[in-house]
Design a binder for this molecule. Structure first.
Ligand code: ADP
Ligand code: ZN
Ligand code: ZN
Length: 833
């Protein structure tokens, strides 16, 4: 190795701001997309050097496999004695910029997750390569046989492979007949054909769309049929229309357009397009005049910007104009040539925020959410990387968007649990927003009508500054919240046990006024508690420790945790009786009841069952907006961020359903949910009314929610957290031990618990020694066939806990991930069921 440190530093490569690349050093640091800690040094062959840069994927030999890796930069010193070579370069352009590397390293370190896997999780899916077997002509110089001596099938196979290697499956479908294994084997043995591994995936082609364009003038003498006329009429308003849109509007449009194009009536063109995630046209909007509160808020944000990194908690009641503040702050930021990253919970994104940003900023917006196909997401990703879209709006994974330089990060509804990723890399996008803002020396705005206890605490400790919006825009009143005691009707029969006369009357009045009602029930399906009438057995999932839910439309029992489903025609597993009672109220049963009770009303339902189909959610929301729904029943999907002016009544069927979860955050979550649902009422010109039914009207959460009184809720909640030393008064890491074998899982959990205890005993008692809880069986002790045990570590500092867990799991001692048992590390866990 003749490269000294100075040489390495000078030749340090950067894909610079304009995307130009300087050549990389001969040896590079690579993160492998594998569950391994540490990074590796590889040699970059000369022919790849001119094209390679930080952020490219490479194919590297790893053990006896070939895997994907990511170029991080020049190799750190000292270099290892033997260095393998990179096999290939997989991208034409970098997938992430150098700016992101410290961010990725931070994440790997904090969440105790392998760096290559962090990068893999951060990049849009569909980029990773996989290996598969192909057949090819033997290229090792073995002479091919005289074809006249071969059978027809052998001849066809060789003929086909002459055009290129392919899979057996493709070969068979190409030749349209099965190929006997023995024949193939013989051909391989003769040295004519060989089996080879090939790589696949990793490149998604940009999509071409067909567009129909108006011609300058319509030629004479062509017949204008009604459908041709309809097409021309649509084209009169637009220069060009995607053929797809035409096909949706006019049946058979594709064929009609083709003949029209032949006759010169329209032009048919193909264009590379970024796949547009938006269904409907969005008209540009005019920024309104700011209220005094909004004005003041923007001044605080401007000050924050001058200071570099600042976290600002924007705490404003629902409808107080927070989104308008984001829009203005975004406009200022892009005017200064910097990018804006806006995170929103998935569901609000689809209906609202995205629309409003689009209306204000048009093509400058890129959107990332799970509703996009792999290709669409990749397009958006590339637009961002190419600096075609300085504003990025997305759900939690957008925190990794390749936007640079960032001048502002917004986290809307910062309290929302949807920011926490609960599988794989278990990160919290809200927390990462703060980290990324600090790295970019820019402000981060955390907005909410119901701030998380954590963020409010950070404000109180002086870590976050705070902007408070006290009033709704145009002084629309906050809705009145009436609390009704469900205990007074608990002896009623069936659904009437859950629907007070007052709530039913209120729905009736709203209906009579031609306004809309929103009824919130946090449980989908028909009945959540199926029980055998003969022997009293409750019907449970075969794979989880949870009762099944009866779904009437599907006529099946379903598990909401693992998706297990069994026909409702089946009988009791215990006594074979076929009479099953369906207790418990779900949205499906409620919908049926209300439709029955208000026969003329247009009743609809919004939950995961009705939105499973693509665009299902959009369809319901569109109907709601157009006034085609009178009563909407929904789960927490309806609580989030929507703005529907004609909803004047909100009913909460049972506020307690989330309150009794065995999780210290259940109170916080319930308060937020209640305040958010209530905030859906009265957003238009008429005042709203909220009816909240509960079995515990005196619970402090309920009384606080009733007044939408955050201060009151916080004061009580923070006392309780402090007494029991829960976050924000401590930090937590949860180790989740899971496995299909009950005994082995329990054994591993105990062994890990003992090892942790031994380590703790060796530490001095003072100086922030973590405390250990467990191992215990999780509240959901079996999910999808896997048994679950929890070990909870608490300590005063994140760094101390991190060090402790790193030592426990990785430094020495046994590997706990064996025999089908897995240990997951959840740093700052949010759901602990
Ligand atoms: P939030 O995000 O706090 O719930 P929004 O930004 O959605 O509030 O504002 C609520 C409604 O008020 C929206 O319909 C928005 O268009 C409107 N609005 C916001 N700011 C103003 C303003 N300064 N003048 C008039 N209308 C406004
Ligand atoms: Zn039975
Ligand atoms: Zn299940």
């Amino acid at each position: 190795m003749s490269y000294s440190k100075t040489v390495t530093v000078e030749r340090r490569s950067i894909a610079n701001r304009d995307g130009e690349m300087t050549p990389l050093d001969v040896d590079i640091e690579v993160a492998a997309a594998l569950p391994v800690f540490g990074t590796y040094t590889y040699h970059l062959p000369e022919d790849l050097r001119p094209r390679a840069a930080v952020g490219h994927r490479v194919l590297i030999p790893f053990g006896n496999r070939r895997v994907t890796g990511y170029i991080l930069g020049p190799a750190p010193l000292p270099k290892p004695a033997t260095i393998k070579s990179v096999l290939d370069l997989l991208d034409d352009k970098p997938l992430f910029s150098e700016e992101l590397i410290p961010f990725f390293r931070w994440i790997a370190d904090y969440y105790l997750y392998p760096l290559g896997e962090v990068i893999r999780s951060a990049l849009p899916s569909g980029l990773n390569l996989y290996e598969y077997n192909v057949l090819a002509l033997n290229d090792e110089g073995c002479p091919l046989p005289d074809t006249s001596l071969l059978g027809p099938l052998e001849r066809d196979i060789l003929e086909c492979l002459r055009k290129g290697a392919c899979r057996l499956k493709d070969l068979q479908s190409h030749l349209d007949r099965p190929i006997p294994g023995a024949l193939l084997h013989a051909m391989v043995k003769c040295g004519w054909v060989m089996r080879r591994k090939s790589l696949r995936g990793g490149r998604t082609r940009p999509k071409k769309a067909k567009l129909v364009r108006r011609t300058a003038c319509c030629p004479d003498g062509v017949r204008i049929t009604p459908r041709r006329e309809a097409i021309l009429a649509l084209l009169a308003d637009h220069e060009e229309i995607p053929l797809k849109t035409l096909r949706e509007k006019i049946p058979g449009a594709a064929a009609i357009v083709r003949t029209m194009a032949q006759r010169g009536m329209v032009d048919l063109v193909e264009k590379t397009v970024y796949r547009d995630p938006f269904g409907e046209p969005i008209l540009p909007d005019q920024p309104p005049e700011l209220t005094n509160e909004q004005q003041a808020a923007l001044e605080v944000i401007a000050t924050a910007r001058r200071q570099g990194f600042t976290a600002v908690l924007l705490d404003g009641v629902t409808g107080s104009g927070k989104t308008e503040i984001y829009l203005r702050a975004a406009a200022e930021t892009i005017a200064r040539g910097r990018g804006v990253l806006v995170l929103v919970p998935e569901i609000a994104l689809i209906s609202q925020t995205e629309r409003r940003f689009r209306a204000r900023f048009g093509e400058q917006v890129a959107v990332l959410h799970s509703g996009l196909s792999t290709g669409e997401r990749l397009d958006q990703w590339q637009r961002i990387g190419n600096r075609e879209a300085p504003i990025v709006i997305g759900a939690r994974s957008a925190i990794f968007a390749p936007l640079a330089p960032i001048g502002l990060i917004v986290v809307d509804e910062e309290h929302d649990g949807a920011y926490k990723q609960e599988t794989g890399l278990r990160y919290n996008a809200r927390d990462l927003a703060t980290v990324r803002a600090r790295m970019n020396a820019c402000p981060v705005i955390l907005g909410s009508a119901t701030p998380s206890v954590q963020s409010y605490f950070n404000h109180q400790r002086g870590k976050f500054s705070r902007i408070r919006l006290n009033r709704r825009v145009q002084d629309k009143a906050l809705p009145e919240v009436e609390v009704l005691d469900l205990r007074t009707i608990q002896n009623e029969r069936g659904v009437r046990k859950y629907l007070s006369a007052e709530l039913l009357a209120a729905i009736g009045e709203t209906l009579a006024r031609g306004e809309q009602s929103l009824i919130f029930l946090n449980r989908r399906g028909y009945a959540s508690y199926p029980i055998c009438s003969a022997c009293g057995t409750t019907l449970k999932c075969r794979h989880c420790s949870i009762t099944l839910t009866y779904h009437q439309r599907a006529n099946a029992y379903r598990c909401h945790y693992c998706g297990y489903s069994r026909s409702a025609r089946a009988s009791c597993p215990q006594c074979q009786s076929d009479k099953i009672w369906h207790y418990g109220l779900g949205t499906e049963k409620l919908e049926a009841f209300l439709q029955d009770y208000f026969p003329s009303a247009r009743v609809a339902r919004l939950d995961r069952d009705t939105t499973r189909r693509k665009n299902g959610l959009l369809a319901v929301l569109r109907k709601l907006r157009r006034g085609e729904i009178d009563i909407l029943i929904g789960t927490q999907m309806v609580a989030k961020g929507h703005d529907f002016p004609n909803i004047t009544l909100v009913g909460v069927v049972c506020a307690d359903s989330t309150l009794n979860f065995p999780d210290f955050r259940s109170g916080e979550r319930t308060f937020q949910l209640m305040a958010q649902v209530a905030g859906r009422a009265g957003r238009g010109d008429r005042p709203g009314r909220v009816i909240l039914q509960t079995y515990t009207p005196d619970h402090f959460i309920i009384t606080a929610a009733r007044r939408q009184n955050f201060a009151r809720f916080y004061a009580d909640e923070i006392k309780f957290r402090q007494e029991l030393v829960y976050p924000p008064f401590c930090r937590m890491i949860q180790l989740l031990v899971t496995g299909r074998d009950a005994a082995r899982t329990a054994q591993t959990a105990r062994a890990l618990g003992e090892a942790a205890q031994t380590r703790l005993n060796r530490m001095p008692p003072e100086g922030g020694r973590p405390t250990l809880l467990g191992p215990v069986e999780a509240a959901m002790h079996r999910v999808a066939g896997r048994y679950r045990w929890q070990i909870l570590l608490r300590g005063p500092s994140a760094a101390g806990l991190n060090r402790f867990v790193r030592g426990l799991l990785y430094d020495d001692g046994p590997n706990y991930n064996r025999q089908g048992v897995k240990v997951f590390v959840d740093v700052d866990p949010l759901f602990m069921m």
